[in-house]
Design a protein around this ligand. Structure first.
Ligand code: B1M
Length: 209
């Protein structure tokens, strides 16, 4: 499985596809290939990105390699075979169109076993609220890159509180202008400065549930 892990880390799509097929044809359980190969590889990528050893384009290639491997392996799985650590709705708040960082956070959370519902950009408090009703997530992730849209995070937190939707869901925030202090001030449950920290934050919030 070492070659598969290495290929994910290196973002080598072709090698990941070939190696996944080789393991399948040797009779390895697809779930083991996912856990010990694809996820194990992304578990190396997350901390390396956090520590600055890997950069955005490299993480995107690793994620692409992982998802190409997943495409092959998923055809051998039943829908409920894949274990889920929890469900996360994520989006960039209203008025804000920046999504590169938010998508990276989504990618790394997904590769850590969370089911991600990515609402995209320019997401209003009402749309977050609808997503809570529809998907019943464990966590809502709010991203903002503009100082002018940071207050939409507060509006979203307030709206969800008003609608009585805070009981079973944690709200986390992130994005360049956001800070832990701001996040606390607006009543969110946590703040992460980068994608690697977002994984640790979600794990600790859901563990304490
Ligand atoms: Co814009 N932009 N931009 N921009 N843009 C910034 C953010 C800016 C700092 C540039 C500058 O002036 N130096 C500035 C904001 C200034 C401010 O508010 N203080 C700015 C501006 C002003 C604007 C416009 C207003 C420009 C204009 O039109 N006059 C406009 C606004 C449009 C809008 O949103 N309504 C605008 C537009 C754009 C583009 C569309 C051209 C493009 C976005 C494309 C896209 O995202 N699809 C863009 C870009 C690319 C940038 C910069 C250059 C790069 C942002 C980025 O992707 N970084 C940015 C300057 C910069 O940061 N150097 C800038 C890489 C990414 C991996 O990092 O997004 O920080 P980041 O994500 C990190 C963390 O923040 C964190 O984890 C990520 C990964 O580690 N994180 C989370 C993010 N979300 C998280 C959520 C979490 C947890 C962690 O939990 C839920």
């Amino acid at each position: 499985m070492d070659l598969l892990v290495k290929s994910v880390v290196e973002g080598n799509v072709q090698q990941v596809v070939e190696s996944s097929k080789t393991h399948l044809s040797s009779g390895v359980d697809p779930l083991d290939i996912i856990a010990d190969g694809l996820v194990a590889g992304m578990n190396i990528v997350g901390p390396r990105f956090k520590s600055g050893e890997m950069y955005v384009p490299e993480v995107i290639m690793s994620a692409k390699a992982m998802s190409e491997g997943m495409k092959i392996l998923k055809t051998f799985l039943k829908d409920d075979d894949l274990p889920s650590e929890g469900k996360i709705v994520i989006g960039t708040v209203k008025g804000d169109l920046h999504d590169i960082g938010k998508n990276l956070v989504a990618i790394l959370l997904e590769s850590s076993g969370y089911k991600i519902i990515n609402l995209g950009v320019d997401v209003s408090p009402e749309e977050f609220s609808e997503a809570v009703h529809e998907h019943q997530p464990d966590v809502i992730g709010l991203s903002a890159l503009l100082t002018t849209t940071m207050m939409e995070m507060k509006n979203t937190v307030d709206y969800l509180s008003e609608k009585g939707l805070r009981n079973n869901v944690k709200i986390i925030t992130g994005g360049a202008p956001v800070s832990a202090a701001f996040s606390r001030e607006i009543g969110a449950d946590g703040y992460a400065s980068d994608a690697g920290s977002a994984i640790e934050l979600v794990q600790s919030l859901l563990k304490n549930d």
